[in-house]
Design a protein around this ligand. Sequence first.
Ligand SMILES: Cc1cc2nc3c(=O)[nH]c(=O)nc-3n(C[C@H](O)[C@H](O)[C@H](O)COP(=O)(O)OP(=O)(O)OC[C@H]3O[C@@H](n4cnc5c(N)ncnc54)[C@H](O)[C@@H]3O)c2cc1C
Length: 467
Amino acid sequence: MNRIAIVGGGISGLAAAYEIEQRRQAGADVEYVLFESSSRLGGVLRTEKIDGCLVEAGPDSFVTEKPWAADLCRSLGLGNELIGSNDAQRKTYILTHGRLVEMPDGLMFLVPTKILPTGLSPLFSWKTKLRMTQELFHPPRAVDHDESVAAFVERHYGSEMVDRLADPLLSGVYGGEAANLSVRAVLPRFAEMERTHGSLGRAMLAARKKMRAGPARLAPPLFTSLKDGMQHMAESVVARLTPARLMLNSAVDAVQPEAGGWVVSAGLNSDHFDAVIIALPALAAASVLRIASAELSAELAGIQYTSSITVGLGYDHEVRRSLPPGFGFLIPRSEGKQLLAATFVHNKFPHRAPEGRALLRCFFAGSNAENVWRLSDDQIVGIVRNELHEILGLRVEPIFARVYKWKSAMAQYGVGHLDRLDRIEKLRQKLPGVALAGNAYRGIGVPDCVRSGRDAATQLIKAAGLN
Ligand SMILES: Cc1cc2nc3c(=O)[nH]c(=O)nc-3n(C[C@H](O)[C@H](O)[C@H](O)COP(=O)(O)OP(=O)(O)OC[C@H]3O[C@@H](n4cnc5c(N)ncnc54)[C@H](O)[C@@H]3O)c2cc1C
């Protein structure tokens, strides 16, 4: 019997456990034990029902384009539970000099593809608009080194584009700043467009032309989620696992080689396994592997993380009527606010709030989260209310407010991240039977985490000759 330990019970570890469970049920001679330090499974996937509203404490959805999370849901029998974002209402505002300005139509992430809406938009100065036109004439360029997203975007469109769009869009995903994120790791498609086309604008237009030439297809919604919330995905995986194989309140201290396998120590208990999947944030992975490989541990510890805070607020129908249409707004750091973003959940996923309720999800991350971290929940709600008043004119007291703090939960793919991953992979290969999964490596979103867990399990099962 091949025994595999899984360390970490977030969605990455659960996806790994589910893959092994399926192989076991199909007859493979394999079993697993999952170690989770806290008293619950799912990691940052957490959903609460409050006053008829469905409040997401962690992720609220995932991008539809990446199929692995939706595939997992279908495999769990949750196909009918999948819901798309209400893209008919998809409108995002950027706070610009204290005013909410709609992102112009035709903006593909940060690349303008429609001249008129961008040309008329008050979001950008004339200087930036001129840069956008000039950008169309950039010649192809093969850059032989990594650089920050900020440096890359600035080369193409200037610093205002970094401040107004790149930074706010990326801080919503990574919680970090464009100046600290690797363009090759975070925007690989854009780095490739520069290599092949030079101009991002021209590359995007060419891609659109190609798409239009193909068979007409209804565009899928940008985001997918679950009717009963993201936690439902984790719970449904857990329901398929063997309860006796799930060790809660079991913080793993170390994973060490012994007798051709691995000893996993959690407090006073230790157990022997043939292989181990480490599905932890990088710093925790570094800590459990420090005895097995000091070098690998040091590389893992070099991957930075930021903390984030989400605040869910429920309001009555009057507020719902008074709020602008659309999915919500992003706040550039130059606007001097603590908040980075707010989502109008009742518009993005309408059934998450009853007709008579408005549901807002506000977001702090990185240095903005650190600034308020030590404050009480009431004080944090006070800051949120103050800023919502300044931005939306919203004075009334919310019917409910909940604060969720996530310490060092969002990985930052710094400049040189892909080179670091190559070094990590070489060092990992020196530890046969160890696989890594989680948001530290090749994608921070839920779909990538699901894929990483599934692939880690497949890799070990294959190495053991069990498939
Ligand atoms: C506020 C927030 C909003 C987000 N929004 C989105 C979104 O909208 N869409 C999207 O796709 N992604 C989003 N993400 C990212 C995504 O949710 C995460 O990257 C992903 O869920 C991480 O899953 P994981 O299993 O790798 O890690 P985690 O969920 O962090 O799980 C790791 C688990 O390991 C456990 N653990 C830690 N140390 C030990 C130890 N020594 N021994 C045993 N167990 C241990 C922890 O308790 C935890 O349960 C968001 C993240 C956050 C924090």
